[in-house]
Design a protein around this ligand. Structure first.
Ligand code: CMC
Length: 445
């Protein structure tokens, strides 16, 4: 009897048939197991941008882009955002279950016990140009952690070593991020305060000065905590895949997370929240919206509406749905609907949601559209928007890295390609060119 859990690929050039197993997940689309595709067919699978490729199996996060569903360990993002807090979500992503009371207390202690940076690390900051983007500083500083936590002292494939990486990264990222901001202002670094919650401590380090302590409002602490939850993990996105690709070679986890920070920085990924505000400033006034909508639709123009569209969500982004309500309430609460930038944002949202191009292409406002506006409304400097995303996503990166490292059959990530370059050709020696090779650069006339 024919095995039904297979897929047959027919090479129409010669009618050869190849059978591949179909693997079933616990939820969502099945996958065709093409690991033997090359050995069976002699061909590679071509999928630039990985639009149809499942790069791994994972138990952490589930997304159904058509239905707008995002689950972490089975829990709906809407429930987590409403009923949980960021440390609890971190625990869930890392351990698979929500913590009981004792474990929550222990976990919070871990997060607060490692918030300080080694004093030696602080000297790295002064090596960066004063006007550096804080994300540039973050790439360097997070990478530098690998010299403090190295393979000399830790076996990162052991449970103990993994937890050193997890706890130090989660606890230290807000401190590093706040210091990157302080450095850009030329203000003294503010040390962490371990009697404050994760989000409150982060705001304290960002906005307190030695001359005056900043006491954030309850609304700001809650807003930041929600933003951290909503950005905590998102399956195999570009930055997470970057962390895992780097980690698949057995590289130091702190260096792998630095690679994730670099990947997140781009405007098509985490950099979009900052680009949203830049775009709104460029549009300038409600009267110009239509002109920019036309630019976004024009295929000869590279302009895109930042904060719109998503690779996976083709219905709506559930994170954006949570933030949309929150954003509108916040603007009402702080009486900012009439602030020109926010007026412009709400009008742009309305126009784009009703425009046939955006409807047909399923381009909805994404999480970065609203997070950009919320962070702006909270008085956060624009250059810090993507840094805050990086702080939030660190738990996703490290959870996914940990899951990969715990596998016994982990393989180095090594994609192949469709080669379109020159065929083998003969090297023709030209004597004069060969002579140049023998000269010192200063001798070349
Ligand atoms: N404005 C105008 N047109 C767009 C936009 C946009 N923001 N996004 C996609 N399109 C068009 C695109 O031109 C293409 O049209 P056509 O089929 O005629 O060639 C079609 O929609 C599909 O776009 P794509 O680039 O093939 O889609 P993708 O899945 O590769 O890209 C995306 C997804 C998020 C990179 C893209 O929508 C985009 O650049 N959006 C703006 C940047 C942004 O907001 N990024 C944040 C993403 S959410 C948070 C995160 O993941 O970090």
């Amino acid at each position: 009897m024919k095995n039904k859990d297979t897929i047959t690929v027919v090479d129409n050039r010669n009618n050869n048939k190849f059978e591949f197993k179909i693997k079933k997940g616990s939820f969502g689309p099945d996958v065709a197991d093409l690991t033997a595709f090359y050995s069976k067919t002699g061909m590679f699978v071509y999928d630039p941008g990985f639009t149809s490729t499942a790069s791994c199996s994972s138990e952490i996060t589930f997304i159904d882009g058509e239905k707008g569903i995002l689950l972490h360990r089975g829990y709906k993002i809407e429930d987590l955002a409403e009923k949980s807090d960021y440390p609890e979500v971190c625990y869930l992503l890392l351990n698979g279950e929500l913590p009981d009371v004792e474990n929550k207390k222990k976990f919070i202690k871990i997060l607060t016990n490692h918030t300080m940076l080694h004093e030696q690390l602080l000297r790295f900051y002064s090596g960066f140009r004063r006007d550096s983007h804080p994300m540039a500083v973050m790439v360097g500083i997070v990478g530098a952690l690998s010299s403090f936590y190295s393979e000399k002292n830790y076996d990162f494939s052991s449970t103990e070593g993994m937890w050193v990486a997890v706890s130090r990264l989660l606890a230290k990222l807000p401190t590093m991020a706040a210091m990157a901001y302080k450095y850009s202002l030329g203000q003294p670094f503010i040390y962490p305060k371990n009697n404050l919650s994760y989000s409150e401590n982060f705001l304290h380090m960002l906005f307190s000065t030695p001359c005056g302590e900043y006491h954030p409002s309850k609304a700001s602490i809650e807003a930041l905590d929600k933003l951290l939850i909503l950005h905590a993990d998102h399956e195999q996105n570009a930055s997470t895949s970057t962390v895992k690709m780097a980690g698949s070679s057995g590289a130091n986890p702190f260096a792998c997370v630095a690679a994730g920070v670099a990947s997140l920085w781009g405007p098509a990924h985490g950099g979009a929240n900052e680009s949203v505000i830049r775009m709104l400033n460029e549009i300038g006034s409600v009267n110009n919206i239509q002109k920019f909508i036309e630019k976004a639709k024009d295929k000869t123009d590279s302009f895109r509406l930042m904060g719109f569209g998503h690779r996976v969500y083709k219905n709506y982004d559930p994170r954006a749905n949570v933030l949309r309500k929150y954003c509108h309430n916040l603007l009402k609460e702080i009486d900012s609907f009439n602030v020109p930038l926010f007026k412009l944002a709400t009008k742009l949202e309305e126009i784009a949601l009703n425009d046939s191009y955006f409807i047909k292409k399923k381009l909805y406002p994404n999480v970065d559209f609203y997070s950009g506006i919320i962070l702006k409304a909270l008085g956060m400097p624009e250059s810090m928007f993507t840094v805050i995303f990086a702080v939030a996503r660190t738990v996703g990166w490290i959870s996914q890295w940990k899951e990969m490292t715990e596998l016994t059959n982990n393989k180095i990530s090594r994609p192949r390609q469709l080669y379109t370059g020159k065929n083998k050709r003969e090297f023709i020696e030209i004597e004069e060119r060969r002579n140049i090779k023998k000269m010192y650069p200063g001798e070349i006339k």
